[in-house]
Design a protein around this ligand. Structure first.
Ligand SMILES: C[S@@+](CC[C@H](N)C(=O)[O-])C[C@H]1O[C@@H](n2cnc3c(N)ncnc32)[C@H](O)[C@@H]1O
Length: 150
């Protein structure tokens, strides 16, 4: 499972990982903010999964956190951010990880974490639920890889 992205629920991806597999997680989860605005990808207004009850939302996040603690090494890190840039991911990797670390983004979106991993010589794994966003991330990651490795 190295430099791989999956178009599936992150719980399914993590079920394929052994205990203590990851050096860390860099991610930005959905925030359950169902706004009518459609002009900004990051306000999450596009998605039916951002309109949950508080209980449903917290149950979901708790089930993911339980898996995070299983798949991340005891000395690994879990870093949470909202909207972020490749620069920010690169800075986080410089601070928290060694080259070749395996870093997972369970809410991959358009692939920013994977791009940061490519530029910092780390291994990425990502999950993105929605096919349309997953396809966009695949294009972004391939383009970034070609631009930075040729
Ligand atoms: C806030 S965005 C992440 C943005 C990302 N940091 C970027 O740079 O593109 C959250 C993403 O998580 C995805 N998502 C939500 N629930 C998920 C799940 N259970 N498994 C995988 N992806 C999920 C959403 O479709 C959305 O693209």
């Amino acid at each position: 499972m190295k430099n791989k992205i999956f178009n599936e629920n992150n719980i399914k991806t993590m079920s394929k990982m052994p205990d203590n597999y990851l050096d860390g997680i860099i991610t930005s989860p959905p925030y359950n903010i169902a706004t009518k605005r459609k002009d900004n990808y990051y306000n999450n207004g596009y998605s039916e999964i951002d309109n949950l009850s508080d209980e449903e939302y917290f149950d979901l996040r708790i089930s993911e956190f339980k898996e995070f603690t299983r798949v991340v090494k005891d000395d690994g890190v879990i870093l949470y951010k909202a909207t972020f840039s490749t620069d920010l991911v690169e800075q986080l990797i410089d601070i928290y990880f060694e080259p070749k670390s395996i870093i997972y983004d369970p809410f991959m979106g358009i692939g920013t974490t994977a791009k940061g991993c490519i530029s910092k010589d780390c291994v990425f794994v990502g999950s993105e639920l929605f096919k349309e966003i997953f396809d966009e991330s695949k294009i972004n990651i391939k383009k970034y890889f070609n631009e930075n490795n040729l």
